[in-house]
Design a protein around this ligand. Sequence first.
Ligand code: ASP
Length: 334
Amino acid sequence: MKRFQLIVLLGSICLSLAALAGQAQEKREYVIVVHGGAGAMSGLEQNAELSAHYYAALDSALDAGAAVLDRGGKGEEAVLAVLRYFESNPLFNAGIGATCTAAGTFELDASIMRGQDLSAGAVAGLKHVKHPIEAAYRVMTQSEHVMMAGEGAEQFAREHGLDMVDDNLYFATPKTLKWVEQLKRESKKNGTVGCVVLDKAGNLTAGTSTGGMFKKKWGRIGDSPVIGAGTYADNASCAVSCTGHGEYFIRHAVAYNLCARYKYLNEPVEQAADYIIHQELNAEAGNGGLIAVDKEGHIAMPFNSGGMFRGYLYKEASTGAVHRQVGIGKNMRP
Ligand code: ASP
């Protein structure tokens, strides 16, 4: 080998090693990523008081998930704990605080998926189930079905002993009630919630819960309860939860699309997520974002909207050090 060729060869080996070192990531004992919806969020970060409420809520959601994983719980239990928390917090468009339909009612959708065996559960159009994510979980674990809607889904939830509410207005807040009164005035509420987890056993889980889109009509159902669109998890690739204009997320099968790019094109999770959110979708045709974690604990949280409530928490396997961050706009919390 000539001297010149040897230098080139050594140079490229050094470059590859440097690239590998750049990609290398310490092993993570577990990872939790949450979102609380995407949207315009204009001026929210500048409103210190209101943004502090959102930051605190995102922190509490991460804490709820970490508490489960720290005591050795499974990823699916952590996802349930996080989404139950969000469904109880009126700041978000899920459970209490859900946005209203054109008829002034509240119709809730949710789904959960387990990456270990691809089992999944989804519910749509619920009006009286306190925690839709619990109903989705029961569909996954206690029925032979994947998706149930409307009255049948409510009957299933009742028969499985879930907490029910007599009055659909249970899900209303002073703010959403105002929208019901003034339905003709355009108004939106961002705040679909989602959670993806890589647990200590290496299992991936994804879950999503929402009130859907403001003024939705005729039993409209968005992407959130559609497995492969708003939610997907597969231990061979990633766990994904989406938020945004659901019709586009269904057409582009966003959650599965990401897993497929990761699995078949060998794209890193961030690259696959960015491609879908910024190239296949965009702020006009598919406004929104997603959260994802891959089987090695790499995280992606892209959005093409003004902002997305989001956060992550992970624990390093070797040191036990915990890293966490939450954000609303382009930057994470300062
Ligand atoms: N994706 C939800 C839906 O279309 C709404 C949202 O995430 O804001 O129902």
